[in-house]
Design a protein around this ligand. Structure first.
Ligand code: HEC
Length: 228
């Protein structure tokens, strides 16, 4: 019963919006009125929302970190193709809400993906992933919203929450999150040695950075093991 009404109604809504867009464009050509431009934008974004594709995430969604677009010391992408909108948010000087489909990575094994609006308001619709990566590709070890912990038992959401406003949960070095003991020499070395990329493009100093990191990981995991 409900479905019978829903589909024609949705079709009617979409065709109404298309008609309105066409007529707004026509008025635009004649008058070049700024109000019409505004209407245009509202209608265009409504249309995008009406047809918004679900962000479908599988292991194949993730690959070589260096194939993504670099921003300062991290990488971004957009699973729906709008990497320019993701870049605009990442480069907004006062912070911005990242668009749906955005992928953000600092190290090969930890990923944030912006899901459809309203999916999980507490995390700003970010889904957190912990991956396992090797030459063959990525395996999703853990995924979720508030209950994903990294391999040291730290909760992704809890650590990123202080950067909620105005940075949309992106910590970087100075957005209010508690600092992590992994510096950018180490994250850079991890990016340059992502096994999914083929040949490593190591720089001088990477070897030492990775050795320090491995020692820290070893100590961290031993501590965790002793606590348990
Ligand atoms: C102990 C706190 C902590 C935990 C736990 C943590 N993060 Fe972060 N994360 C940070 C901080 C701080 C940065 C920024 C580091 C920098 O660039 O100096 C960061 C950076 C990132 C970035 C790059 C964008 C940004 O926010 O700067 C991503 C993506 C990310 N983390 C994902 C995750 C995921 C996924 C998990 C869980 C599997 C996780 N993090 C767990 C604190 C944490």
């Amino acid at each position: 019963m409900i479905n019978i009404f829903k589909q024609p109604l949705a079709a009617l809504l979409v065709s109404c919006l298309i008609t309105m867009t066409v007529s707004a464009n026509t008025t635009d050509n004649k008058t070049d009125n700024t109000t019409d431009h505004k209407n245009d934008n509202v209608i265009a974004s409504t249309l995008v929302k009406a047809s918004q594709i679900a962000v479908n995430i599988t292991e194949d969604s993730f690959s070589c970190i260096r194939d993504m677009t670099p921003v300062r010391h991290f990488y971004v992408d957009n699973l729906l193709g709008d990497v320019d909108a993701t870049l605009a948010a990442a480069n907004a000087p006062e912070g911005a809400i990242y668009p749906v489909g955005s992928v953000v990575q600092l190290v090969p094994t930890e990923v944030m993906v912006k899901r459809e609006a309203g999916t999980f308001p507490a995390t700003g619709d970010w889904e957190f992933f912990e991956l396992q990566v090797d030459e063959k590709g990525s395996t999703i070890a853990k995924r979720g919203f508030v209950d994903v912990n990294n391999r040291f038992g730290g909760n992704c959401f809890t650590c990123h929450a202080p950067a909620r406003e105005p940075w949309d949960f992106i910590c970087e070095s100075d957005h209010g999150c508690e600092p992590i003991p992994i510096d950018h020499a180490m994250t850079g070395a991890l990016q340059r040695s992502d096994p999914r990329c083929g040949e490593s493009v190591a720089e001088s100093g990477d070897w030492l950075a990775l050795l320090k990191l491995k020692t820290m990981v070893f100590i961290g995991l031993t501590k965790k093991w002793l606590e348990e």
